[in-house]
Design a protein around this ligand. Structure first.
Ligand code: ADP
Length: 160
């Protein structure tokens, strides 16, 4: 039976740090669903449809990965999709407390689905979607930090 994992997040937008985690997950799982949540913030930079399109363009070469969106409870969505695990990325210690809280709550909601944490390459330890948007809004370069499709899409939004 194929092993499916779900990698949830805002992905506003997807960065090379996320790609690194997806690539690592595919070494363990047969299928990884990159699941886009609407947003915790009121106004995301990209709409859910735009974020999905950018993810699809960025993961086209990663066999087994696909993008989807969800707006219900993560653990319900994970169960619906037959996922056996939730994948999350851990960068610095600052990620830990929030991730631990989420993982324990998710386990309480469904003890059959494990949360698996993965560390990205050191290169991406300080990378976040937020910092990418900030640098770009001031005209800085994010070359090598986001997939090409994302760089183009952000520039188009800022400078159109
Ligand atoms: P969320 O709003 O749920 O944190 P994000 O899109 O910011 O959504 O991140 C999704 C997941 O990817 C989270 O587990 C986050 O810790 C992880 N992540 C984000 N950026 C990186 C990165 N540079 N390296 C590794 N993991 C990352």
């Amino acid at each position: 039976m194929s092993k499916v994992a779900i990698y949830p997040g805002t992905f506003d937008p997807i960065t090379n740090g996320h790609i690194d985690i997806i690539t690592r997950s595919l070494r363990i799982f047969d299928e990884v669903i990159v699941a886009v949540a609407p947003s915790k913030k009121k106004e995301p930079f990209f709409t859910v449809a735009e974020r999905i399109k950018l993810i699809e363009q960025s993961i086209s070469k990663l066999k087994g990965a696909r993008a989807a969106s969800f707006d219900n409870l993560l653990m319900n969505y994970a169960e619906e999709t037959g996922s056996i695990a939730v994948v999350r990325g851990l960068r610095a210690v600052s990620d830990f407390e929030y991730e631990l809280q989420m993982a324990l709550m998710n386990r309480r909601l469904n003890a059959n689905i494990e949360t698996v944490f993965m560390m990205p390459d050191q290169e991406y330890i300080f990378l976040s979607s937020t910092i990418v948007k900030e640098v770009l809004s001031f005209g800085g370069s994010v070359k090598g930090l986001v997939p090409q499709a994302v760089e183009k899409a952000i520039n188009k939004k800022i400078y159109r």
